[in-house]
Write a protein that binds this ligand. Sequence first.
Ligand code: SAM
Ligand code: DTB
Ligand code: SF4
Length: 310
Amino acid sequence: MPPSRALVASMFDRPLFDLVLEAALVHRAHHDPSAVQWSTLLSIKTGACPEDCGYCAQSAHFDTGLPREELIDVDAVEAAARRAKEGGSTRFCMGAAWRRVADRDMPVVEEMVRRVKGLGLETCCTLGTVTESQAARLKQAGLDYYNHNLDTSREHYGEVVSTRDYDERLATLDRVRKAGVNVCSGGILGLGERREDRVGLLHELASLAEPPESIPINQLVPVPGTPMAGKAKPVPWTELVRTIAVARILMPRTAVRLSAGRESMTEELQAWCFFAGANSIFTGDQLLTTPNRGIDADRFLLASLDLHPS
Ligand code: SAM
Ligand code: DTB
Ligand code: SF4
């Protein structure tokens, strides 16, 4: 039975230490608490996206100065995946700034998935809307995870993006699930949302027929030129910790990924997030188009917390 939205709201309202203590215990009961999974991102098609997600450097609707790039070469993807593996990553995530996947691009994307899988890495794609047959083809090529975020609550969604709606996102998640691909879906904090919207996001994710196998929690990386960079206020650090803790309690088996925004987080805050149940990060110098903490800094951070890459 999915939790009621009122229950999720009441979890957010609990005293911080009580909430984090319960989340840490749930985490320990279901996962190795010292292991943090590493994934690495690569943008395989950059910029000129027809969607208007108000946080995104890659939308054609905003002037962010980001150079555009068409679908890149399969060999370049394989080389980047090899470097990611050498750096300690176990999953490689390929992202494209598309509204939906065009059938003509499918053979190239399938070949990328096959090559990355062939290196012994887990594979992940985030390509926008996919049809049932495209999801099935990606699965056949060896796709392990598909990332497709709900980003925020249903009520706040229209403040963030106008070119698609929430149900369209849910329909893609359903097609991915039916194709037998693991679902990765989460959100962003810092979009000018209220706590109630963070409640709504986690309630929505926990109410899917099956919870996502992976939930990325991003903190907005403010990109000059995007509407959100101008208007959104950073959320208090305790809200990030609460969001991770509530996600961990609601979805005990799910990997909760502390995703974008770690560059601007203190190590102490990241430690709180790991204690509250985050057990996955993106490593490497770059996310999709914005900088990330380097691998050496992450190795040092995990070692100082007596954690290790899984
Ligand atoms: N175009 C595909 C889509 O939107 O489904 C995939 C790529 S998109 C960049 C993947 C996710 O990255 C978004 O859903 C959003 O949650 C996150 N993201 C994008 N820009 C961000 C930013 N500036 N700060 C934090 N997260 C961001
Ligand atoms: C997710 O939730 N976060 C990652 C991944 N899924 C694709 C992307 C973060 C992007 C941050 C902004 C950028 O680098 O463009
Ligand atoms: Fe396009 Fe994805 Fe960026 Fe939205 S988040 S503008 S869909 S690349």
